[in-house]
Design a protein around this ligand. Structure first.
Ligand code: P1T
Length: 379
């Protein structure tokens, strides 16, 4: 089955009871048993729920993986991966990443004796010098949030395999429409399904997909033991969102390209971060591992003025100033004060998250309206 068919049919079957084309929302916490253990495959909805199971099969299908797991949020999915580790273990992570992931790593897991190295991975060869006998996980976001750095997944996977370290890729920005990390050798692919997979800014959800049975069993144990699972209603919404992922992504990419080019030629703008530019440092890797360049665009204004950046985001009318990304509607964010505020100023500025940085999640509206909106806001 090809990708555009998998989004609609992958892992799905018609409902056995009445032939419903969409899996029903099984709004139940528990299931009748004829005798202890005598049930139809479902005991308790923290462990399994038929609507969630349909979604988990869809996650696995679109990521070309064997096993999918759904979580109550993207961070809950990352949390489950970190619970594979033991005190004393070390993690090597991209230095540009979602602020909430950084906060979970440094404020929650460092306390339990896990050490994190945040490094630039634009040259994957950098990773090797940080690997020790204690390294158990390499954590990659690509494109990174919000600087749009591109990391070579295949090169990371070669290094991870050489040293028997797990490679996890946060595929939130790209989605499997653009890149499929498991095919490039990653062990775990993670999503904030809140974003493009859900696609309509109406649900918080996380996902993991893996190929290895033992890894799937360990993660599934953690999923049930820790209990950060989504409910059936949210599972239904994300399943519905995935059915249009390919058509939405195509438009996100088209609009993203028009906006990136518009901003690039603007006299008030210093720099635009978008992997589709031939001048992007890892454009060639983006071209090889991604099908297109996505709908996320970041930029800084000339003079790096905080107040001016705030004025721009306040003036936008079609773009909504809000946290999050990946919905059908365009959003604008100011990472330094919003999504990445939990990263200390000196740290975030090292990676380029300066006070004038604005991040756009380009939606699927008519692109002319988006350009007009940027024109009136930037001046
Ligand atoms: O918000 P949640 O569903 O828990 O997902 C966390 C997360 C993980 N990984 C990436 C790359 C993300 O972008 C996010 C969430 N990001 C935002 C809310 C944001 O506006 O960047």
């Amino acid at each position: 089955m090809k990708f555009n068919t998998k989004t609609i049919h992958g892992g799905q079957g018609h409902d056995k009871a009445y032939g419903a084309v969409m899996p029903p929302i099984y709004q139940t916490s528990t299931y009748a048993q004829s005798t202890p253990g005598g049930h139809k495959g479902f005991e308790y909805s923290r462990t399994h729920n038929p609507t969630r199971q349909a979604l988990e099969k869809s996650f696995a299908s679109i990521e070309n993986g064997n096993y999918g797991l759904a979580f109550a949020s993207g961070l809950a999915a990352i949390d489950a991966v970190l619970k594979l580790l033991n005190p004393g273990d070390e993690v090597i992570s991209t230095n540009d990443l979602y602020g909430g992931s950084y906060r979970l790593f440094t404020k929650v897991y460092e306390k339990f004796g896990i050490k994190f190295h945040f490094i630039g991975m634009e040259n994957a060869g950098n990773i090797e010098q940080y690997i020790t006998a204690k390294t158990k996980l390499i954590w990659v976001e690509t494109p990174t949030n919000p600087m749009m750095n591109i990391i070579d997944i295949k090169a990371c996977s070669d290094i991870a395999k050489k040293h028997s370290v797990l490679l996890a890729v946060d595929n939130t920005f790209a989605t499997p429409y653009l890149q499929q990390p498991l095919d490039l050798g990653a062990d775990i692919v993670m999503h904030s399904a809140t974003k493009y997979l859900g696609g309509h800014s109406d649900v918080i959800m996380g996902a993991l997909v893996v190929n290895d049975k033992d890894l799937a069993e360990r993660l599934s144990f953690i999923q049930n033991a820790s209990g950060a699972v989504p409910g059936p209603q949210d599972s239904f919404l994300v399943l519905r969102g995935i059915k249009t992922l390919h058509v939405r992504m195509q438009r996100h990419c088209e609009n993203g390209e028009v906006i990136a080019n518009y901003l690039n030629g603007h006299p008030k703008i210093e720099k635009v971060y978008w992997p589709g530019f031939t001048s992007h440092p890892n454009h060639n890797i983006a071209k090889t591992q991604m099908k297109d360049f996505g709908g996320m665009v970041s930029f800084v204004t000339k003079g790096n003025n905080y107040d001016e950046a705030i004025k721009i985001v306040e003036k936008l009318k079609v773009f909504t100033l809000a946290e999050s990304l990946g919905g059908v509607e365009s959003l604008a964010g100011h990472p330094a004060s919003m999504t990445h505020a939990s990263i200390p100023k000196e740290e975030r500025e090292k990676t380029g998250v300066v006070d004038s940085l604005i991040r756009l999640s380009v939606g699927i509206e008519d692109v002319d309206d988006l350009i007009s909106d940027l024109k009136q806001a930037i001046g």
